[in-house]
Design a protein around this ligand. Structure first.
Ligand code: BGC
Length: 475
């Protein structure tokens, strides 16, 4: 699917504030802007880390073999259930693969409460099983002779040991259920399904990036990678078995395998990333301090909070929102500045920045904000948003260069709210990739072909369940 054209973000305008405000802004520009040389060094380090992870266990970028072997033909067919856990919502999807790259889906969504996200894993699994049960009843699928095959998109770092087995190594994105790390998420959910007599068998365990790659490949056979740029960030790509030095499982049914990179952990050691004090503050207060640092600089879950950290630092220095009687309670609360505000703020091209004013007023009770303050808030959003897209570009160029994409080009499917809705995110990514791949800069959009792969988690999980069937039969 082609990406709908997002409105372009406006060129940044001078702040024209007080000397103190201008000096502060100049200073943070230096901290947030990543120039071409820095970005090149980040991309080079990214490629080195990819290779380390392919050759040795327990590396920072874990490079997990997904057990999805070979490529799709686009002719895969059948009915499959898919379950998607790890984005904003829990979803149960019935996917009908029709062949010729076509499919239909029916789905239901449910919110996962903060209590479920951080409570016992058994409660979460019971809740998921109940959602599946309700969905099957609605779809008249409760009375089947054979268990229905289900592809489980579980979007967290899982060390896989089979196409439907693996061990959760750590939680990310605000999940922190007890009794899950070190265990197999498939067995935990299958147990809940058995206890509740729900006729479903989990036949595939899929990371959302792997699902995104497959759903893109179903329609575009030249797909080499799938990415999520949303609540969290990560990528998967097709690797040659010969390059996966750490593979010890013996012969496979194909010469290639999809790798779930878990690139959100890239540079946890902080060797190369230009981490600011605002990022460190966010990191320290997160549920996983020191981990997933790359993800924290890129993803929807965190960008708004980084912006808020800059704003509150300026407030502490009497540089913002000091009007008598200004209500700063909301902006002072953790995660109260949402990343979706940044999207709207960046798309405000009006002379009086009326949308920026409106967002600050409606969502954060900040009234009588002056024009300089509006420009400052907008500029902070631009800085944090641009840095995120350039870092995503370093990862994409790293994958493209490692896989030796040439003039013929390759498709990369991307899903996630940031990529879909954030103005100029894609344009800025292309700008970054063009800088990092100068030989192809003249035609970058036709060589590294980014495209929205909506519902990679649903359709991709169904396709993985289908691949699992095929692999089982060919063994
Ligand atoms: C997880 C990945 C996932 C990504 C996008 C990260 O936090 O570790 O497994 O692919 O989020 O959902």
């Amino acid at each position: 699917m082609a990406k709908a054209h997002a409105p372009k973000a406006a060129q940044s305008v001078p702040i024209n504030g007080s000397p103190e405000q201008n000096a502060y802004m100049e200073d943070i520009e230096k901290q947030f802007i990543i120039d071409k040389d820095q970005l090149t060094a980040i991309k080079d380090h990214f490629i080195v880390e990819m290779e380390k992870g392919l050759n040795k266990d327990k590396q920072t970028m874990v490079m997990i073999p997904s057990y999805v072997e070979g490529r799709l033909t686009g002719q895969e067919q059948g009915h499959y259930l898919a379950l998607d856990l790890g984005g904003t919502n829990l979803r149960v999807v019935l996917v009908t693969l029709e062949g010729h790259g076509k499919f239909k889906t029916v789905s239901t969504k449910a919110r996962v409460s903060e209590e479920l996200k951080t409570g016992p894993m058994r409660d979460l699994c019971d809740y998921i099983a109940d959602c599946i049960d309700t969905f099957l009843t609605e779809q008249n699928l409760s009375n089947v002779d054979e268990d229905l095959p289900l592809g489980y998109t579980f979007s967290f770092p899982v060390l896989q040991s089979k196409i439907n087995r693996g061990i959760l190594t750590t939680w990310t994105k605000g999940f922190n259920c007890t009794g899950a790390v070190g265990k197999d998420p498939v067995l935990l959910l299958q147990d809940a399904l058995l206890r509740k007599h729900i006729p479903v068998k989990i036949t595939a365990l899929v990371n959302d990036t792997v699902g995104t790659l497959l759903s893109n490949a179903y329609q575009k056979p030249d797909t080499v990678a799938g990415l999520i740029l949303g609540t969290g960030s990560n990528g998967a790509y097709i690797e040659q078995m010969a390059k996966i030095g750490k593979w010890k499982e013996g012969p496979t049914t194909a010469s290639e395998m999809v790798i779930n990179m878990e690139f959100g952990a890239f540079d946890n050691e902080r060797v190369i990333l230009p981490v600011t004090r605002f990022d460190n503050k966010l990191d320290r207060k997160s549920i996983n301090p020191h981990f997933q640092i790359f993800e924290k600089l890129i993803s929807g879950m965190y960008l708004g909070e980084i912006v808020r950290n800059v704003i509150t630092d300026m407030m502490d220095r009497n540089l913002l929102f000091g009007q008598p009687g200004q209500n700063t309670e909301a902006i002072s609360g953790h995660y109260q500045f949402e990343t979706s505000f940044m999207s709207s703020i960046e798309s405000d091209t009006s002379a009086d920045l009326s949308t920026v004013r409106d967002i600050l007023d409606t969502n954060l009770n900040l009234t009588n904000v002056d024009d300089v303050e509006l420009r400052i808030v907008k500029r902070i959003c631009e800085l944090v948003g641009t840095r995120a897209s350039r870092l995503a570009a370093a990862a994409i160029a790293g994958i493209a260069l490692h896989t030796k994409v040439d003039r013929k080009g390759a498709d990369i499917g991307i899903d996630g709210s940031l990529y879909e809705f954030y103005p100029s995110f894609e344009d800025r990514i292309y700008q970054g990739i063009a800088e990092l791949m100068p030989d192809y800069a003249d035609d970058i959009q036709n060589i590294v072909r980014l495209g929205l792969a909506r519902d990679g988690s649903g359709v991709g999980a169904a396709l993985t369940a289908c691949v699992a069937d095929k692999m089982l039969k060919s063994k």
